[in-house]
Design a protein around this ligand. Structure first.
Ligand SMILES: N[C@@H](CCC(=O)N[C@@H](CS)C(=O)NCC(=O)O)C(=O)O
Length: 221
């Protein structure tokens, strides 16, 4: 049985959403954020202290985009990957990794300096600079999303899960009001997916059942 360690709305939402898209059975272990501080025993599960921590038999993984790639490749019948000999393969890999490496990185600075640091260490200038940086990176998607419903191969893939999570995080950070029309409509489309809705419900249900706060870390701080 697959086991996913997760915090509400953390990057581990990417594999959670993938598991729902694929309809696979899984066990969800919830943690208060940050688990390295709030749940020290978790360091035995993942010495990095980060989520996701994903286990599938002998396999253990800690990178959200890589887990999406793994799940899509293990279940090619679901059509969430693009084969290496198919048109769109390069775009698929590029956007799958763009979601984490290019989009989520500036958001991490916004999160830290708007929410996680104590009030005296908060940095409104850093928050605005990295918000703009994030939004300008998002703008590179705009011409494509004005033409296409999804990022590559003419269909929904794991690359949309990866970028879609960055849009979810942006909405928690209040940056969605600054999305351009193509990205805004794409984000609406992604949220309407049944698997996305099921993943949101799964994290809430599991948090309540396991005595973990169902709030996002930014709502609490
Ligand atoms: N590149 C990794 C980053 C993992 C990561 O930093 N996760 C955050 C949650 S979004 C975390 O667990 N932070 C807690 C900490 O750093 O202590 C990924 O994409 O999974």
């Amino acid at each position: 049985m697959i086991r996913l360690h997760h915090c509400i709305s953390a990057r581990s939402f990417r594999p959670l959403w993938m598991l729902e898209e694929l309809g696979l059975p899984y066990a969800l272990s919830m943690h208060d954020f940050p688990p390295r501080v709030r749940d020290e025993a978790f360091l035995e599960t993942n010495p990095l202290g980060t989520v996701p921590a994903f286990f599938d038999g002998e396999v253990g993984m800690t990178e959200s985009a890589a887990i999406c790639q793994y799940l899509a490749a293990r279940h090619p019948e679901a059509g969430l990957e693009v084969a290496s000999d198919a048109p769109g393969f390069a775009d698929y890999l590029n956007f799958l990794h763009f979601g984490e490496a290019t989009l989520t990185v500036p958001q991490t600075l916004v999160l830290r300096y708007a929410h996680f640091e104590p009030p005296e260490r908060r940095q409104p200038q850093v928050v605005e600079d990295y918000s703009r940086w994030f939004l300008s990176r998002l703008r590179t998607l705009e011409p494509r999303l004005e033409r296409e419903r999804y990022l590559c191969a003419g269909r929904f893939t794991a690359a949309d899960v990866s970028v879609g999570y960055a849009l979810l995080l942006a909405s928690h950070l209040g940056l969605d009001a600054r999305f351009k029309p193509g990205v805004r409509e794409y984000w609406t489309r992604l949220q309407a997916r049944e698997a996305f809705q099921r993943a949101l419900k799964a994290e809430q249900d599991a948090a309540l059942a396991q005595g973990v706060s169902p709030e996002t870390a930014m709502a609490i701080r």
